[in-house]
Design a binder for this molecule. Structure first.
Ligand code: AGP
Length: 612
């Protein structure tokens, strides 16, 4: 999912665009490019495969000097990550140039039509086709804004675009359908960006474009309308995070910073939402749908990737403590499976970015069937947050590392708060229990910091496995999703093949993989599944597998069964998953660093997947 940035104002746009692209690079880093215009009818373009830094090193800043500019960092969907396929893309007449985040689904049909009209194409991208389609209408209308609008009426698919026209060098035209885009309102200057991280150090005043909207931006300001040419007025919103939150703060990687700041992010998630005297939980954002939640026949929790693992933890907690049936669905499957959804179902959508295309589509599917939709989201003002009926922000703060860490533990914390709220209201959990749970919660940040202080212990063990080719993660009950999450973290950033499995399932196949070269991570806290886990460990030891256990501090017995132990403080079953996952985050981090992997921007990945 690409990152788009643009600037129009009195300053030189190039440094602003390059700095913005660096902040958006977690969205995709296959190639980068810029275009600037300087009041004359010449659009200067520079683009190349690779990172923004590579582009910055090679660009001639004297030539690329203009008060209007657009930029792009790419996650390739159509056409390999090459210099030629990098954005921005010109039309055939080198008059109109465009940057695009999304997928033009009917680009082949349009391409064939344009070819009949004599258009020739230079790249393999769907985006170039859109530039030529705008050209097609521009040749006939000699009106840039109208040409863009007519072209967008013809396309099917998703887009966030920004484009320039050499004949009308005083404006940027932007539009959105499915991919996020915002306008940053400055003092006699305007910014556009795929997300707020790229403009926060210039302005906190933003206007979010909705699907089917476009804006014509000049030095005087911007003019918002629909693709159907209907005028729109929209309020400016104020961003509520600050620059420091998107800096590394002295850490080597954003991922390490985000792992180490989980004691704070967890507190931000429950602050003001639980009364530590009474234990009573109140989530203001869910008040309007609370009765529907209480009377729901079923909860469906849907998400992608790490958020889907949080959903699985939610299933265990809500079924165990609230006795409400829960189904967990991969959003990408849910939306196409013609699911059976009833009006009295509650559908919970979990998403860090709030922009994941499959989760957004699952939301729209649920709404179509009249279900109550609830969002558990991190990015304020994101599309999912704006489209759900009600929701709760996890307040984990900006998460820049592509591999999700603090958002996961805050998603699990939000699900725990929902569980406590419902269990009490349904008189399944007594207030005395709530008060005890609240006491444990108060101690949780300290326990997280204890784990963070142990990071060098985890590092030592991680270095022993930096050359492993495979890993197996095993857990029982609520720790099965934690095993899945541990495996995903390792896959994502170290490129080692890893699988998570319910420990008991191992005997039904994966045990065939076990030999002296297979590291097996067991999540083995002293809970009701402990003895069963020990037998599973024995089964792996019998096949000479290398045993790494996540175990409680006071568990000396586990030493007899483990080659290596990653210690965590004791915790109640409700909050234990939050503690148990953190050593797994460190393990994957230190293995990836030891393998010289690009931890914050792992190959082939992107922070929010805004295309299908
Ligand atoms: C997790 O580390 C990955 N970045 C990815 O699996 C992610 O969880 C998934 O794409 C969902 O993203 P979301 O929470 O922003 O919707």
């Amino acid at each position: 999912m690409c990152g788009i940035i643009g600037y129009i104002g009195k300053k030189n746009s190039l440094p602003i665009i390059i700095e913005g692209l660096k902040r958006l690079e977690y969205r995709g880093y296959d190639s980068a490019g810029v275009c600037v215009i300087n009041g004359d009818k010449i659009i200067r373009q520079y683009k190349r495969a690779g990172k923004v830094n590579d582009m910055e090193k090679n660009i001639n800043v004297d030539v690329f000097n203009g008060n209007i500019g657009i930029g792009h960092t790419r996650w390739a969907t159509h056409g390999e990550p090459t210099d030629i396929n990098a954005h921005p893309h010109f039309d055939m007449d080198n008059k109109i140039v465009i940057v695009h985040n999304g997928i033009i689904e009917n680009y082949k049909v349009i391409k064939d039509k344009l070819a009949e009209d004599g258009y020739v194409f230079r790249t393999d991208t769907d985006t170039e086709i859109l530039a030529d389609l705008i050209n097609y209408h521009y040749r006939r209308t000699k009106d840039f804004s109208l040409a863009v609008r007519l072209a967008l009426i013809d396309v099917e698919g998703t887009y966030g675009i920004a484009c320039l026209c050499a004949d009308e060098p005083d404006k940027i035209i932007v539009a959105r359908n499915g991919s996020p885009l915002l306008i940053g309102v400055g003092n006699e200057e305007t910014y556009i960006a795929s997300d707020a991280a790229a403009v926060i150090n210039h302005t906190k005043n933003v206007v979010y474009l909705e699907d089917g909207e476009m804006a014509v931006i000049t030095e005087k300001g911007f003019h918002l309308k629909t693709i159907e040419d209907k005028e729109i007025f929209r309020n400016v919103e104020v961003l509520d995070f600050f620059m420091g939150e998107i800096e590394k703060g002295g850490y080597e990687h954003f991922m390490l910073k985000e792992i180490c700041e989980q004691a704070d992010s967890i507190q931000n998630t429950y602050r003001g939402r639980i009364n530590f005297e009474t234990g009573i939980v109140k989530l203001g954002g869910l008040e309007s749908v609370f009765d529907k939640m209480l009377n729901a026949k079923r909860f469906i929790i849907t998400a992608c990737g790490t958020a889907w693992h949080a959903a699985l933890v939610g299933e265990y907690l809500i079924e165990q403590f609230c006795r409400i049936p829960v189904e967990v669905e991969y959003a990408s499957e849910f939306r196409y499976r013609t699911p059976i959804i009833h009006k009295d179902d509650v559908v919970i959508l979990i998403s860090q970015s709030g922009e994941t295309a499959d989760t957004l589509a699952a939301l729209r599917e649920a709404k179509k069937h009249g279900a109550t939709t609830i969002g558990i989201v991190n990015v304020i003002g994101s599309t999912i947050a704006r489209e759900v009926e009600a929701g709760t922000y996890i307040h984990a703060g900006p998460e820049i590392g592509v591999a999700s860490t603090k958002a996961f533990t805050s998603q699990v914390m939000s699900l725990s708060l929902i569980t406590l709220m419902l269990a009490y209201e349904k008189s399944i959990m007594k207030q005395s229990t709530l008060v005890n749970v609240a006491k444990s919660l108060k101690l949780l940040p300290e326990k997280i910091n204890k784990i963070v202080e142990r990071k060098n212990e985890y590092k030592e063990i991680a270095l022993k496995f930096k050359d492993a080719r495979n890993f197996l993660y095993l857990g029982r009950g609520v720790n099965f999703p934690i095993a899945l999450e541990g495996a995903l973290k390792l896959k994502e950033i170290s490129y080692i093949h890893a699988e998570g499995y319910p420990a008991a399932e191992m005997k039904h196949g994966p045990i065939a993989l076990i030999d002296e070269n297979m590291p097996v991570v067991f999540i083995a806290p002293k809970d009701k599944a402990y003895d069963k886990i020990i037998s599973n460990i024995e089964e792996v030891r019998a096949r000479k597998g290398k045993i790494i256990t996540i175990a409680n501090e006071d568990d000396t017995n586990i030493n007899n069964y483990s080659d290596y132990v990653l210690r965590v403080p004791n915790e109640t079953s409700l909050f234990a998953p939050i503690l148990n996952v953190i050593p797994l985050q460190f393990l994957s981090y230190y293995i990836a660093v030891a393998r010289n992997c690009d931890v914050d921007q792992p190959r082939n990945l992107a922070k929010s997947v805004t295309v299908e």
